[in-house]
Write a protein that binds this ligand. Structure first.
Ligand SMILES: Cc1cc2nc3c(=O)[nH]c(=O)nc-3n(C[C@H](O)[C@H](O)[C@H](O)COP(=O)(O)O)c2cc1C
Length: 305
């Protein structure tokens, strides 16, 4: 067996530590299956919400080369309008992480209860949704809101619950701890950074139709590493680290910051759908050349000699 392959995460067997980030490839069964076939250990769905949402007008995603800016606006058919997808997903032979969002604690609970009955392997709770009852404030920037959402989801979920955090939190370690105290089984960090903006100097207007958008890809890696490092100091549950991971060496860095699994989103665009295979090979090469396994290096950047 390869050094980076064949592992268990919260009781679920994964072929490797690489995770598809939520949202970058949607929720079509065929695409999610292809991602798994192309070397992804854990496939995350696009966030599913309480009601149908169209998302924002185009343009919604701009590739800057060194990363992307997006304002897709969480388009979703609504949790109870996806019967076809759920039926297909029930036939899957790969581990599935179902991402959910809500505009209130009650909505998170309702969506979680429904989704839990569809038997994903995990529920990932996107608490960085700007469309909230708190007039745009994200659940993920307040310890008490983060706690309340995770506690409500835990109450109804039959599967392990993962809290997905935003780098906008002033102290992400404290948010992670609030989630752990509420019963979260793992933390996923980070969601997109920002919001940011681009201006078209000829039309003198913002480039994105929604004007502002979240940043992802290589440019956010240093922030993602710092967030995972802070979270590792604050909690004892495992971390899925993501944000700008594009190569095997990026994955090694993320694991050394404290991640047990490593997510990949924007790099699908930069290196193709088989980026998972490529990063896994590069990760294994690094582990072999340094004569170690993943477990040996999780959080080692914290060891002060
Ligand atoms: C186009 C796009 C759509 C996204 N949609 C979601 C989403 O629905 N739910 C979510 O939790 N994160 C979403 N994200 C954030 C990613 O899951 C990930 O956290 C972020 O892009 C950082 O990882 P990366 O630099 O590898 O892309 C989206 C990102 C992009 C670029």
């Amino acid at each position: 067996m390869e050094k980076g392959s064949g592992m268990e995460f919260l009781g679920v067997k994964l072929k490797n530590p690489l995770v598809l980030a939520s949202g970058v490839l949607g929720n079509s069964f065929d695409i999610l299956r292809r991602v798994h076939e192309n070397g992804c250990g854990l496939v995350t769905m696009k966030s599913i919400g309480p009601a149908p949402r169209d998302g924002h007008n185009n343009p919604t995603v701009i590739d800057l080369g060194y990363g992307m800016i997006n304002a897709v606006g969480l388009p979703s058919p609504g949790y109870d309008q996806m019967e076809e997808e759920w039926q297909e997903l029930a036939t899957r032979d790969f581990p599935l992480n179902a991402s959910i969002y809500g505009g209130s604690v009650k909505e998170f609970e309702t969506v979680a209860q429904f989704v839990s009955d569809k038997h994903p392997d995990f529920i990932e709770v996107n608490i960085s949704c700007p469309n909230s009852e708190k007039h745009g404030m994200m659940f993920g920037i307040s310890e008490s809101s983060a706690h309340d959402v995770i506690a409500a989801v835990k109450k109804v979920s039959r599967v392990p619950v993962i809290a997905k955090l935003t780098p906008q939190a002033p102290d992400i370690g404290r948010i992670a701890k609030a989630c752990e105290d509420a019963g979260a089984d793992a933390i996923c960090a980070i969601n997109t950074l920002g919001p940011g903006m681009l201006i078209d100097i000829e039309t003198r207007t913002p480039v994105l139709a929604f004007k502002k958008g979240g940043l992802s890809g290589p440019m956010i890696k240093p922030v993602a590493l710092r967030c995972v490092y802070d979270i590792f100091d604050a909690v004892s549950i495992p971390i899925i680290g993501l944000g700008g991971i594009t190569t095997g060496k990026d994955a090694v860095e993320m694991i050394m910051a404290g991640a047990s699994l490593v997510g990949i989103g924007s790099a699908v665009r930069y290196r193709g759908i088989d980026v998972f295979q490529k990063v896994n090979e590069e990760l294994n090469q690094w582990l072999t050349s340094h004569d170690c396994k993943i477990a040996d290096i999780v959080g080692v950047a914290h060891d002060i000699s």
